[in-house]
Design a protein around this ligand. Structure first.
Ligand code: ZN
Length: 259
């Protein structure tokens, strides 16, 4: 039930992937994934990648302020502070998640920082009972309560971006005291949001951003989604039409995305 709150505008496009799936080469979840994590596919058709990308890169659960906009991404360094504030210490494991994203996504400039003041991404690892309080502290009572009433979130991410699509700040809340499955699913799901994949696609059988799935690792498909987003040809502020214009060339270079 992870949800995203967008604190500065975006476009909501209700695109749904309804094509017959042709993904292939299924393999078990990678080492380190939760025991019952689902297998993953490693090859996708261009249509499966394009539809997924257009569904996930535009829109979000809740917008606060601003006009609808397009593609959002970091254009400089994402400096990530991890605040280990829960009763179960998972800071080191979450930092490994960040390093994994930074390692495998070309052109994504992300690094950890120990200084909260220096960060433009703040990740709070908290217990479930402190979730509403932490959101209220970050966004104010009204926004936090409206959001919870609307979406009943488990973990969440708030993105603040400029009108040109550049992300200026992300705030991430991850629950650490409800077991490995919740933690790992939240960790990967919310980190995808934090880097600019704002939306969900509940009919898409490949992505962690399908709220009916529990995944818990960075799948080949989601890696492809972020690789497309951070390709220099995919510019912040792009509309869905503009994004569609550059997708064929990006997908061609991406090939079959087998890792
Ligand atoms: Zn979500």
């Amino acid at each position: 039930m992870m949800k995203i709150l967008t604190v500065a505008l975006v476009t909501i496009f209700g695109l749904c992937a309804t094509a017959a799936y042709a993904a292939s080469d299924r393999r078990p979840a990678p080492p380190g994934a939760p025991e019952d994590a689902p297998p993953e596919y490693t090859r996708f058709t261009p249509a499966e990648l394009e539809k997924g990308f257009l569904a996930l890169a535009f829109g979000s659960d809740l917008r606060v302020g601003g006009k609808p906009k397009g593609i959002r991404k970091f254009t400089g360094t994402a400096k990530i502070a991890v605040l280990d504030q829960g009763s179960v210490s998972r800071g080191d494991r979450y930092k490994a998640v960040v390093r994994e994203f930074a390692r495998v996504i070309p052109h994504l400039d992300a690094k950890l920082t120990d200084t909260e003041d220096d960060a433009n991404v703040t990740v709070r690892l908290i217990d479930e009972k402190n979730f509403l309080g932490a959101m209220e502290q970050a966004f104010g009572k009204q926004v936090a309560r409206d959001f919870v009433a609307k979406t009943d979130p488990q973990c969440m991410t708030s993105l603040k971006s400029r009108p040109d699509g550049t992300i200026v700040r992300a705030d991430v809340f991850i629950i650490v005291d409800q077991g490995d499955d919740v933690f790992f699913d939240c960790a990967y799901h919310e980190t995808l949001h934090a880097f600019g994949l704002s939306n969900h696609a509940d009919s898409n059988p490949f992505t962690t951003l399908n709220q009916t799935r529990t995944v818990g690792y960075l799948s080949v498909y989601d890696r492809a989604m972020l690789t497309i987003l951070y390709d220099p040809r995919m510019q912040p502020g792009f509309s869905a039409k503009e994004a569609s214009g550059v997708l064929p060339a990006i997908l061609k270079d991406l090939g079959n995305v087998v890792r």
